[in-house]
Design a protein around this ligand. Structure first.
Ligand SMILES: Nc1ncnc2c1ncn2[C@@H]1O[C@H](COP(=O)(O)OP(=O)(O)O)[C@@H](O)[C@H]1O
Ligand SMILES: [Mg+2]
Length: 257
């Protein structure tokens, strides 16, 4: 890793610790980690503003990394934070033990819902997201899932989602509750990372992404593990599968690709 172009304060905080590259993420950040710290770098300015805002707001409310240092320097965004201990929920040890993993995922969702949203500073409801998407409608991409679901363009999907709003059941929502963003230690939740899309939203926003991530990590899309039924997540949550809301939030997520 080249560090000669890093801000001086950042170099002082890293203090010579060896950082290894982590290639898990898919959002364009470069991620480097030691045993204790994680550094995210993005080639665009002010890219971690929302993530940092939520990490600071969540400090003391949920187990999330502590922000150690952040800056925008020479057009790049830097975020240095503490390392979440444990393993990602997509670790082979968990994917091969669904009887341990699925209750822990349900626990993760319930922990999020236990946060008091009355003073949460960010709203990420479908109305807010649809309004944001509408502003950048000419940059939206067509995805295979959209086509499979019968939409010929992002504009058609945006129109459908705007006309078929479901009633909101508002909770604190992580916003990208896929398995690599949930950390587990033994049979306990360690915490959440990657909080840039967190805020008040319908509870099915996180259920949908968690369910799909469990499915894709086990059905051969990313990896294959026998005997994993993603629908067991609903049993653990004690709620009935709402296929309409599940589909709605998976389709909404397609407009963020
Ligand atoms: N604070 C952290 N503690 C432990 N691992 C982390 C931390 N932040 C990032 N990572 C690792 O880097 C990966 C990508 O970082 P993430 O913040 O999720 O970015 P992306 O938006 O690219 O998914 C994570 O899935 C995880 O493996
Ligand atoms: Mg992530």
């Amino acid at each position: 890793m080249r560090t000669d172009n890093f801000p001086k304060e950042l170099l002082a905080m890293i203090n010579g610790q060896a950082l290894n590259k982590n290639n898990t993420g898919m959002s364009g950040s470069e991620v480097y980690e030691s045993d204790r710290i994680v550094l995210k770098i993005h080639s665009s300015a002010d890219c971690y503003r929302d993530e940092i805002r939520m990490l600071k707001w969540l400090d003391g409310l949920l187990p999330v990394p502590k922000v150690l240092y952040n800056c925008v320097f020479a057009g790049k965004s830097y975020l240095l934070m503490t390392k979440m201990q444990g393993k990602m929920a997509c670790d082979a040890a968990y994917l091969s033990s669904p009887e341990v993993l699925i209750p822990l995922l349900a626990d993760a969702l319930k922990r999020l819902w236990s946060v008091d949203i009355s003073c949460c500073p960010v709203k990420r409801t479908a109305d807010v997201e649809l309004a944001e998407i509408a502003v950048r409608s000419e940059t939206l991409k067509t995805t295979p899932f959209m086509l499979e679901e019968g939409f010929s363009s992002p504009a058609e999907l945006l129109d459908y989602l705007s006309c078929h709003r479901c009633e909101d059941e508002l909770v604190f929502s992580h916003g990208d509750l896929c398995l690599p963003n949930i950390f587990l230690t033994g049979e306990k939740l360690s915490g959440f990372i990657d909080t840039g899309d967190a805020g008040i939203a319908d509870k099915w926003r996180d259920i949908a992404l968690c369910w799909r991530s469990l499915k894709h990590n086990t059905d051969g899309t990313y990896g294959r593990y026998e005997g994993v039924d993603p629908d067991r997540l609903f049993d653990e949550l004690g709620i009935k599968k709402d296929s309409k809301k599940l589909r709605y939030y998976l389709l909404l997520d397609e407009l963020f690709h």
